[in-house]
Design a protein around this ligand. Structure first.
Ligand SMILES: *Cc1c(COP(=O)(O)O)cnc(C)c1O
Length: 427
């Protein structure tokens, strides 16, 4: 049976019109020689071959033009954010004016909540999911405390029904219908980082707004993974990082969306710095802050040019490949894995991620049926053979076949090694 899987993988790779994009990346080597089967793009995307030269261009600009680099050259540093937002508009389905590239994700969540969490009267709760990424949970707790509120009372954590793995959108709707008048903000992930479940963003935004609450999305595991239409989603704000599916390097500068309905001058309160000034007054060094219209008005400092460069390289690759085509291949890759697991490995592996492809990106979250110890053992077994997944406590192996650089054959290798492990351990 595994032979059939290999034949299928080879055939699918040969037909794959995006296959050549793999050559645009550095694939890390296995210790025993050959290339890794790298399935950790949900955590840190691989380095593309174009990254180095985009950074070098900025080093040269700094070396040769020094302070004039702000205003001269092909891409003056002054315009760096605007240029990136033009590129990001297509990928995010937003207007460039609704986007800004700045800081990092946890910082941005905090800054955006300063603006979008405005507790008033009995409406002072923040609704999050029970298994939120720790940083998001800390940010929410600190925002509540900043307003003198007690997280134990005002942070509402909604989890799956007893015995279930996933949270249904209908649970969020039910909660907001019955308790929505106490909720000032919903902060929700686009894709849940442990299970890989993708949420229906427009549906959640509609439910929050019907209850009179603001809603923001954390899109760390969504962007570059699933086609995004931020304007259609209707959310008030969103934030994400660029180092997961967007391959822009460890700690890459983050991105934010502020819906244009919040762009009116002197609208929302915010924390400010000189770089958020309206462009016409930026260098007049005026006494009073006059925010730039749009998301750019949330910037504080002048941007880290060397750190922004890889994002430019990465977005160019996404433009070239096309998000719709990437999604098509992404689903084909994960469907191949799901089929392989269900037909060959169902006795030892459980898939936590929704089977319905509309409810997931490329990540599959797996649990070894024999329990946590066996799960850890399998994870290490794969790692030692150059098959790179990750382990999430207590018992989840995450595997993400990324359409820009993973092949169907990588997926086959993954399945084969698990099958060998089963034969070896008698699991
Ligand atoms: C990756 C991730 C983060 C990381 O935050 P940083 O500030 O970039 O370190 C936060 N939240 C979620 C949901 C994530 O997936």
């Amino acid at each position: 049976m595994m032979e059939n899987l290999l034949e299928t993988a080879k055939k699918l790779d040969a037909e794959d019109r995006l296959g050549h994009f793999r050559d645009r990346f550095y694939i890390p080597a296995r210790s025993g020689g050959g290339e890794q089967a790298y399935f950790c793009g949900h955590s840190l995307g691989l380095q593309s071959r174009s990254v180095e030269s985009t950074i070098r261009e900025e080093l040269v600009a700094w070396r040769d033009r020094a302070v004039y680099g702000h205003f001269t050259g092909e891409l003056p540093w002054m315009d760096c954010n605007d240029a990136l937002c033009q590129q990001l508009a297509g990928l995010t389905g937003a207007q460039p004016s609704e986007l800004v590239v700045m800081n990092t994700l946890s910082v941005n969540l905090n800054l955006l909540m300063v603006s979008f969490f405005r507790p008033q009267g009995d409406r002072r709760k923040i609704l999050i999911e029970k298994h939120a990424f720790p940083s998001d949970r800390y940010a929410v707790a600190s925002q509540l405390q900043f307003h003198g509120l007690d997280p134990a009372e005002c942070m509402v954590e909604l989890g799956p029904e007893p015995g279930a793995q996933l949270i249904e959108e209908s649970q969020v709707e039910d909660y907001l219908r019955s308790h929505g008048d106490e909720v000032a903000l919903v902060l929700w992930p686009g894709v849940q980082y442990i299970t890989g479940q993708a949420f229906d963003l427009p549906r959640l935004a509609a439910a929050a707004h019907a209850a009179g609450s603001m809603i923001g999305f954390d899109l760390a595991h969504y962007i570059g993974n699933i086609p995004l239409s931020l304007d259609e989603s209707g959310c008030d704000f969103a934030a994400w990082c660029h180092y997961k599916y967007l391959n822009s390097g460890p700690g890459a500068v983050g991105g934010c969306f502020v819906n244009q309905r919040h762009h009116q001058a002197n609208g929302l309160p915010r924390f400010t710095g000189w770089w958020g000034n309206d462009r016409s007054s930026l260098f007049r060094m005026e006494h009073d802050f006059k925010p730039a219209r749009g998301a750019a008005g949330w910037q504080m400092s002048n941007p880290p040019i060397l750190a922004m460069a890889p994002i430019r390289a990465s977005l160019a690759l996404f433009e070239e490949a096309g998000m719709a085509r990437l999604r098509q291949k992404s689903l084909a890759l994960s469907d191949y894995l799901v089929t392989g697991i269900q037909s060959q490995l169902d006795d030892i592996l459980e898939i936590l991620t929704p089977g319905d492809s509309a409810r997931r990106g490329c990540q599959l979250s797996l649990r070894v049926r024999a329990g946590r110890e066996s799960g850890r053992e399998l994870f290490s077994y794969l790692e030692q053979r150059g098959i790179i997944t990750d382990w999430r406590e207590p018992d989840v192996i995450r595997v993400a076949p990324v359409p820009l650089y993973n092949r169907f054959e990588d997926c086959c290798t993954f399945l084969q090694h698990i099958s060998e492990w089963r034969a070896l351990t008698g699991s």
